[in-house]
Structure formats: structure tokens, C-alpha cells
Design a protein around this ligand. Sequence first.
Ligand code: FAD
Length: 319
Amino acid sequence: MKITDKLEKHQEKSAKPTFSFEYFVPKTTQGVQNLYDRMDRMYETSFPQFVDITWNAGGGMLSQLSTDLVATSQSVLGLETCMHLTCTNMPVSEIDDALQRAYESGCENILALRGDPPLNSKEWTPVEGGFRYAKDLVKYIREKYGDHFGIGVAGYPEGHPEDNDDRDKLVEYLKEKVDAGADFIITQMFYNADIFIKWCEAVRAAGVSVPIIPGIMPITTYAAFLRRAQWCEINVPDEFMKKLDAVKDNDQTVREIGTDLLVSMCQKLLDSGFVNHLHIYTMNLEKAPIMILERLGLLPTDKDVSDAAVAVLPWRKSL
Ligand code: FAD
């Protein structure tokens, strides 16, 4: 089922907000097995609307791992799965292979991205005969597969590190991706709800009406919190710095306080009326995402679970 159809089912103002989980592809066979077990457990505890699998921006074998994981998640674990797909080091023939594998495994959602530069390389350059921008990939998927796939694209509430000066321009580029055929947006992580809400206003004012899904990065350790914020060049509100810096040597307390900060931020996003779905970057960890959802009151009740079991067994779908 397409992500947009799932979101539409929960669109009324009174509807309980929904959520989804992102996972990345581990590098070892044991890591992959551990991840399957974790995805399975997290599904049983929380019933996400969908999961998505990141794309290893290297092409070749690395990318093969992503398509394998998508196929297993969708057709063996039975989770509604969105495959990230990037243009980095990907000639059109490899993009075709990846899309065909996704199609054959029953996957109906693609997050179409340009991709990060490959490892050990600072600058992004297109491969010969490949695509330059995410919008080119969106257009290609639409031309080739019509409406089979729901297509998402990336949004940057605080600008893109390569291209940060003109925020209006970035909203224009986002609109180009949607005009090329995308039907939902997932955002880069952020910690400042006010910046996100202002950006949503600008996106809507530019005539972009597809659903916006905020990307939420749990706080697990102080070092990871700082590193990720610096890497993505995002604003860290004073309240976050003050509260986390004071307990930085105690991971458990950082996680507790970090969860409270993110719960307040998520509540503000949900209250803004721009979003009714949260996308959690799990970093393949279980505890912090579940703590956030629990404190927001978004985990399913026993009744939700038994209703869903009657409706969907033996095949898994979310609530
Ligand atoms: P684009 O929208 O094509 O933008 C790329 C650059 O070109 C930007 O600087 C943009 O400002 C500029 N640009 C866009 N259109 C134009 C135009 N018309 N004229 C001039 N300049 C233009 N990376 C991975 O490798 N694997 C993943 O799985 C992955 N998942 C992600 C998930 C999310 C939700 C997000 C937010 C990012 C993810 N990324 C991933 C990172 C992403 O690939 C990088 O941020 C990448 O640098 C930009 O990708 P994009 O799809 O936004 O590209």
C-alpha cells in the first residue's frame, strides 16, 4: 500500500498521529540478522505505518545489500517498506535493476534522492549517463512505472549543507521535485520546532501541498547528539544544549532528558497542524524510539492491537 494512502486514512484532525521507522543496512551478516529480529520486535510493540531502508550510496555490492533488505522486509517480514534510492554512482541500468527488484518484492514506495557523495569523496558528481538531481530520478520512476510507486523526496527545513544561502531557492527546488511527480516529503532531522513550522509555512505558500513528514532523530548519547547536529548543520536550541550538557557523562540520563526534549518538540509539531505523522530515525536502535512514542501516547492500546489482529491476520499490516 502507498504511504500516502496510509496517511490519508489518518488525516482527520481527531485522528491519532501515526509514525514510521527508518533503518540502515548493517555491514555484516550477523548485523543483518540482528536487525531483522529488531524490526520484528519493534513492529510487534508499536505497529508503525511503514519502515524505510536507507540506500548505501556506493553502487555495486553495497547497493545490493539495500535491495536485499527491502525485499526481505517487504515480502518476508511483511512490513510496508519504502526503499531509499540514490543517484550516487548509479548508471541508469543499476537504477533499473533496483527498481525492478523493489517492484518484484511488492514494495510500493520509493524515497528518491540524489545521494551523499560516496565514501572518501567530498564532492558529488554524476556518473556518465546517470542523473544529476533527485528530481530527474523522480521523473524517471514516474515515466517508467506510472503510478505503481508512491514517491517521496527529501526536504531540508534548515537548508542543505551544499547550498545553504538562499532558502527561497531551496523551496523552489523542493517544488520542482514534487512537480516532477513526488507525492510526499520526508525531512532532514532538526531540533528546533519553530524553524520547522516556519519552513512548512514557506513550503505551503510556494504551492506544495503533498504531506510533509518530519524526520525525528532520538538522542541517545551526548557525543552522537552533537556530532549529528554538526554534520547536518542544524540549529540546537539553548534549552537542548543547557539540559544535555549538564548530564553529558551519563548516557542514561542524556537519553531520559533527550527523550523529554524531543517529546515536547514532537508535540509542538503535531499541534501546529502541519503534520500528523512522525518519522523516526532509529539508527537501528530500539529503546529511544519506543520511549519517545510511549511518552507521546502513540503506542497502540490493547484494543487497537486486537482489532488489527482480527482485521489483518495472517498477513501483517499496520493499524
Ligand atoms: P537534490 O534535491 O537533488 O539536491 C541536491 C543538491 O542540488 C542540493 O544542494 C540542492 O540545493 C541542489 N539542487 C536541487 N535542484 C537544483 C536545481 N534545479 N538547480 C541547482 N541546484 C539544485 N543519502 C544517501 O546516500 N542514502 C540515503 O538513504 C539517504 N536518505 C536520506 C533520507 C532523508 C529523509 C534525507 C533528508 C536525506 C537522505 N540522504 C540519503 C541524504 C541526501 O542524499 C543528501 O542530503 C544529498 O546531498 C541531497 O539529496 P536530495 O535528494 O535532497 O538531492
